[in-house]
Design a protein around this ligand. Structure first.
Ligand code: HEM
Ligand code: HEM
Length: 155
């Protein structure tokens, strides 16, 4: 169920990119500065929440059912993330922010593949996959910080 929702949202986002023109009201919302800033802030909080599972495991030594619960939350938030991404940025067009969007969606897709039961048993493949997922998440976080810095220094 969760995987299907995640894949559906990613698919819808990609299909939306094929529209030649955005519907007027979405375009209108995107022109509002406060809207862009607050939706960006919400998306930023979501990405930080995705990192909390690392802190929970690494700093607080969580394990067992508690860690499992934290991962379940991670999968759910990650699966719904395309929706929040859409609210902030329905149609990234070029440059670094387009790269950020591509990385973000590829990484979510990788996450969905990694927590699928058929991958769980394949030890090495899963470990490499998680390594890439964490590395990509680090690059994504760096690009986001750069993006926020750019927004507030040049606009
Ligand atoms: C406090 C956090 C954030 C603020 C204030 C913010 C603000 C903005 C603003 C003002 C723009 C319009 C472009 C510009 O004028 O430079 C923009 C574009 C964009 N943002 Fe953010 N943002 C934030 C967080 C994020 C996060 C976390 C992501 C991705 C995970 C993201 C992805 C994008 C993308 C892909 C665009 C480009 C396409 C477009 O203009 O819609 N932003 N953001
Ligand atoms: C939205 C952006 C996402 C970010 C920034 C992100 C970030 C991370 C980070 C930092 C870890 C390492 C956690 C740790 O230290 O144990 C991780 C692990 C993981 N994430 Fe994500 N993630 C995202 C989305 C997703 C999605 C959508 C899924 C799947 C539905 C997913 C599935 C996983 C899996 C399977 C692991 C490995 C869990 C394990 O060690 O068993 N992630 N993610």
């Amino acid at each position: 169920m969760r995987n299907k929702i995640g894949l559906l949202l990613i698919g819808l986002y990609l299909m939306y990119q094929l529209l030649p023109e955005q519907p007027g009201f979405i375009d209108g919302l995107q022109q509002i500065r406060g809207y862009k800033n607050w939706s960006g802030f919400a998306l930023f909080l979501l990405v930080l929440a995705q990192w909390s599972v690392s802190v929970y495991r690494g700093v607080f030594n969580a394990s067992g059912p508690n860690l499992e619960k934290a991962y379940q939350l991670h999968y759910w938030i990650g699966s719904l993330a395309p929706l929040v991404f859409f609210i902030h940025s329905p149609k990234p067009d070029y440059g670094m922010l387009l790269l950020l969007a591509i990385l973000f969606f590829s990484n979510s897709l990788l996450g969905i593949v990694l927590q699928h039961p058929s991958v769980v048993r394949r030890g090495v493949i899963k470990q490499v996959g998680i390594g890439i997922h964490v590395l990509a998440s680090t690059v994504i976080l760096a690009l986001i910080l750069l993006h926020i810095w750019t927004v507030f220094s040049f606009n």
